[in-house]
Design a protein around this ligand. Structure first.
Ligand SMILES: [Zn+2]
Length: 282
């Protein structure tokens, strides 16, 4: 079988190697613990080790054959991406094949820094949501109310390359509301918060509120409106619209669908709830 150069593959995965060492993507590494020798990687802290192909499999959560396809393709970390929003006629990709990712989620160093240091999110919230990550992306599962069936997988880019979309959905993702399993824990008159986007939802949950999210305004298009029906029976739904025109517009559209919606206004210096959360969490 063809030999792939471990340092070249590591570079393509976004791992920067200096003097033969790199920060390990598989544990919360602060000093470079990963070394590259005999065309293999090895972490002297968490004992992760393997070949170039293993590195692709473990970082991208993919099968052996998919890893080979990716290595042969133009970019290891480019081809799993699909599109920034749901496609109306998405190919039928069975997302169940990816369910194992969320049975044993991985929080890479970079994801831990992003979620827990920068965003100050609650570790239990992130773990309950079964969020996983790769070197460059946070991988977000959208489960059905039963908490098992996967409707969507969303990727959130953490890097600085302006060419890469910040959010995108995996192929085969279907439009739905985020964090539906929480509806099972809701008492009949308990308050429910409706967030715009997953980041605001994580902040609301970390602040001890029960929250779900509309991941994008496209969910309000007529063909997807049946998903909003799930919320009609909840008497107390709250919203903190984003402090901008699209935020206000989304609120007005939602209010037409959900007349029980209660609007709260964010302080003028906060553009969204995630920012507001940081202002009192710091
Ligand atoms: Zn390690």
């Amino acid at each position: 079988m063809k030999q792939y150069d471990i340092t070249e593959v590591a570079n393509r995965l976004g791992i920067s190697i200096r003097r033969g060492k790199a920060l390990c993507p598989f544990h919360a590494d602060r000093n470079p613990s990963m070394t590259f020798k005999y065309n293999r990687y090895r972490c002297w802290s968490c004992n992760a080790s393997g070949s170039a192909i293993d590195l692709v499999i473990n970082i991208m959560h993919c099968s052996f054959s998919e890893a080979l396809t990716r290595l042969e393709g133009s970019g290891v970390n480019n081809d799993y991406r699909s599109s920034a929003s749901w496609q109306p006629n998405a190919e039928s990709v069975d997302l169940r094949q990816y369910a194992y990712i969320f049975d044993n989620p991985i929080i890479t160093n970079r994801a831990a820094a992003f979620l827990f240091d920068k965003r100050r999110l609650d570790k239990k919230v992130i773990s309950d949501l079964r969020i996983s990550s790769t070197h460059e992306h946070i991988v977000i599962p959208y489960f059905d109310t039963d908490g098992h069936k996967l409707h969507s997988i969303q990727w959130r880019y953490m890097g600085f390359d302006s060419q890469v979309p910040r959010f995108c959905f995996a192929r085969g993702s279907r439009p739905t509301i985020y964090n539906l399993p929480i509806l099972n824990t809701l008492q009949p008159h308990e308050d429910l918060y409706l967030a715009e986007g997953t980041s605001d939802c994580w902040a609301l949950l970390s602040g001890g509120r029960k929250a779900i999210a509309i991941p994008s305004a496209t969910l309000l298009k007529s063909c997807h409106k049946q998903h909003i029906d799930i919320l009609r029976r909840h008497p107390r739904i709250h919203i903190f619209p984003d402090n901008d025109l699209p935020g206000l517009k989304l609120y007005q559209e939602l209010k037409q669908e959900l007349p029980q919606l209660i609007k709260h206004t964010l302080p003028t210096n906060c553009k969204d709830y995630a920012e507001y959360y940081l202002s009192f969490e710091r």
